[in-house]
Design a protein around this ligand. Structure first.
Ligand code: CA
Length: 525
């Protein structure tokens, strides 16, 4: 029997139906808008910077054989870095990636896009005194970054990013604005200060507070004092909380995660000590390996959190070291600490300045609009040279962030290299300038162009490294065993001409004569 409705009832039913359809369609368009909004969102950026980690301090093989295939060396089997393996598997890694040979120069290069020869912070910054060295350039930038300097963080902040600094700062001396990352464009500063080495990695020791290393006590971590929380773990928890807050506030984030690890003091991380106690390496090297593994766990924890927050496919991760390895495994100029590369942190050899570099989307999704703009191939090795100052123009361009024209940028965009292709528009060069002493190598400039590398020593040193020039062919002699300075005079002269031209174009500062009256300009052979 057909239901019998009154006219009023029919009207109510009709109105309800219209209202229902209206609500459903409204709901749908809200969902659509939300998806569209998420897709249009600016990519989140993570710069994961490890202190004093060289290209060999990992289980991920970066070096390649003659066919371009990754080649393992014994150090790759000593270190345990599963999270780096995970990141490398979903992204591209570079095996000719350069950093400056010590801490502050690299950190300021990342922030400014300039080679240290140009920004003039050419030595690590001693928080309390000018450490230019007896013949260092008097005008070198020992104060570090200034309050009004153009920085990557400030530009991203202006472009709507939540800018998060976690870990080591080391951008400026203690009594200057650069000591505090909050003065440099970071909305949040957790644990960043003027010094480079932590007082202690142990929560039980309050990260140095109240110890004889109290002048390096890591700030802002009081809630972990007296607990067993290792420094690497404490700042990881803090970083994840800050990222979570940014995502909940619906803001794109720039996380500058700068680990104190694996810088000295080599405090053994008890969570990982058992993995190395049976190795044939000295105790300090075992402790160094635990710092590496703790840093690696941090990487995994941050990747996991970003995935949990649902923003992984919109998050671009750059992993890198800030100078060559400081593994305590042998003499600074030997094939030891970064074997098979020669040298370590501070040295003029490749082991002093080659660092691991991995770029990857935190989760691959080729359909994501941002990933369509920058498709990064999985498990790939890029062999062209690149360097720390390249991050600045790369990140700014990709996030649609403008840099003032007056600000000189030495770095070159990495976009093409990140997609796994060669980039013929880039010069295969790297200028590394260290006009100071004392460190592991004193008063030197090195310049690489393609297969060739020249090293100029401004002041003869006492040890066997006393020659003024060294010349290596890195294709034939990647581990710098055969100095061709005497046997290839024409090539030496050509490379020195290029080194001098590069120094001039960067407006570099030279060491000075003993009486301080004149700059010691590099001489042609
Ligand atoms: Ca460093």
């Amino acid at each position: 029997m057909r239901p019998h409705y009154s006219r009023i009832t029919r009207l109510i039913i009709l109105n309800s139906l219209v209202l229902f359809l209206f609500l459903v369609s409204g709901l749908n368009s809200a969902v659509d808008a939300n998806i569209q909004k998420k897709q249009k969102q600016k990519p989140n950026i993570v710069v994961f910077l490890v202190d004093d980690m060289g290209v060999m301090d990992t289980s991920v093989p970066f070096l390649t054989d003659a066919k371009g295939q990754p080649k393992r060396y014994p150090l790759n089997d000593f270190y345990i870095t599963p999270s780096m393996e995970r990141l490398a598997k979903q992204g591209i890694r570079f095996n000719n990636f350069y950093a400056m040979s010590v801490c502050s120069p690299t950190r300021i290069s990342i922030m400014t896009g300039q080679n240290a020869a140009r920004h003039h912070a050419t030595n690590w910054i001693n928080p309390t005194k000018n450490n230019r060295g007896p013949q260092g350039p008097p005008e070198w930038n020992w104060e570090g970054l200034k309050k009004n300097d153009i920085t990557l963080a400030r530009l991203l902040q202006k472009n709507g990013y939540e800018t998060i600094h976690v870990g080591k700062g080391h951008f400026g001396a203690r009594d200057f604005p650069g000591a505090n990352p909050a003065n440099l464009g970071f909305d949040i500063n957790i644990a960043g200060a003027s010094f480079g080495a932590p007082g202690s990695y142990y929560g039980e020791k309050k990260y140095g507070l109240g110890t004889r290393r109290a002048h390096h006590a890591v700030p802002h971590l009081e809630k972990y004092h007296g607990t067993e929380t290792f420094l690497t773990e404490a700042i990881t928890i803090e970083a994840n909380a800050a990222v979570t807050a940014a995502v909940e506030a619906d803001k794109p984030f720039f996380l500058y995660m700068a680990h104190y690890a694996v810088h000295a003091p080599f405090d053994s991380d008890p969570r990982f000590a058992a993995h190395y106690k049976n190795s044939d390496k000295p105790k300090a090297a075992q402790a160094f390996a635990t710092l590496i593994e703790g840093m690696d766990k941090s990487l995994g924890d941050i990747l996991d959190q970003i995935e949990k927050l649902g923003v992984a496919e919109n998050t671009l991760v750059f992993f890198l070291g800030d100078n060559g390895s400081d593994a305590p495994l042998g003499h600074q100029h030997a094939v030891a600490c970064a074997a098979p590369l020669r040298g370590k942190k501070g040295a003029h050899y490749e082991g002093g300045m080659r660092v691991p570099f991995i770029a990857a989307w935190a989760k691959s999704n080729p359909g994501n609009p941002n990933q369509k703009r920058l498709p990064i191939p999985a498990d790939t090795i890029q062999t062209q040279t690149a360097a720390v100052q390249d991050l600045f123009p790369t990140i700014l361009n990709f996030t649609g962030t403008k840099s003032p024209e007056k600000h000189v940028v030495d770095g070159l965009r990495l976009d093409k290299l990140l997609t796994g292709n060669p980039d013929s528009s880039r010069e295969q060069t790297f200028l590394m300038h260290y006009p100071h002493s004392p460190h592991r190598s004193n008063y030197f400039t090195s310049y690489r162009n393609g297969d060739w590398k020249v090293i100029y020593h401004y002041v003869p040193s006492k040890d066997s490294e006393g020659s003024h020039y060294q010349l290596y062919n890195l294709a034939a002699d990647p581990f710098e065993q055969n100095n061709l300075a005497d046997s290839k005079p024409k090539q030496l002269r050509k490379m020195m001409q290029q080194l001098i031209a590069s120094m001039e174009s960067h407006n570099g500062l030279y060491p000075v004569t003993k009486d301080g009256s004149k700059p010691l300009r590099p001489k042609l052979p």
